[in-house]
Design a protein around this ligand. Sequence first.
Ligand code: TXA
Ligand code: MG
Length: 320
Amino acid sequence: MTEILSVDDASIARAAALLREGKLVAFPTETVYGLGADATNGKAVASIYEAKGRPSFNPLIIHVAETGALDTLIDWNDTARVLASALWPGPMTLILPRRKDAPVSLLASAGLETLAVRIPSHLDALKLLRAVGLPIAAPSANASGKLSPTTASHVAESLGEAVDLILEGGRSRIGVESTVIDVSGPEPVILRPGGITQEQLAAILGRNVAVPDAAMGGDDSPASPGMLTSHYAPHLPVRLNAEAAEDNEAFLGFGSVAGVGETGRLNLSPSGDLNEAAANLFAMLRALDSSAYVGIAVAVIPNIGLGAAINDRLRRAAAR
Ligand code: TXA
Ligand code: MG
């Protein structure tokens, strides 16, 4: 079994040393667990794609501990500065022009002229990033297309021996991935709904930030290369906007829609709290994804605040 270590000075030093050697280390963030590698090392980055079975056209997010560490990687602009100072460290990823001389593997940005960058807020992630002192490429630490991990044991189940070390940092507080915002063009655009809501962005920027249709489910020309229609998929089929379970279906409820049926039932948030629902989403889908059932029926989730990110993940989980 892959080693899982709780975070202390010794495990951080060990993880940082492994990353410097080009190894893969899974680490906690406030959104989901990440599968980290030294972004400046092409072989290390290639092993991320291999471990996840990820298509190489799908670029990675580069994680650092401080905004100053981005100066050699991307070209800043005013919108990026405003968002970075308001929301980092936190569940936001910015897409910015990649500097020609950026010391990041071209594979990590899949040959694009832009780079995705993020400063996570999880204290253990920040400790690791400071200790290693290198930009770290980190996708979610799951097999490509499958459910994202919100605990260290999810990572072990999904990636097994492919990862050299897993740092244990508890349950991910937010539970859905960062909001990906393209600020490389004239108008900011949300490429992936996530832990920062459209409402928060509008309040910070003083105007609405668009979410193109392609980011919301079509996959003919995904705005973000990773936003394919089928993603975040459990093994079982998922049925959305359900009021109750049908025969042998599991039920994932929300608020008062608790679901009636003979089989397994969980509730994302009995009180109807979307933050709680997001934090429970991937772990509950995993728990219900059992051969005891023929499918997973999911209650209606309001499409406001974090509900937009939850519904995005559920639509992709339901797509086949
Ligand atoms: O919360 C998160 O963002 C987590 C944690 C570990 O930080 N990471 C994560 O990475 O969700 P991943 O690889 O699962 O998703 C990255 C998304 C993909 O949809 C990818 O296509 C998009 O970011 N992306 C990366 N670079 C991009 C770029 N240059 N232009 C457009 N989209 C990009
Ligand atoms: Mg992912």
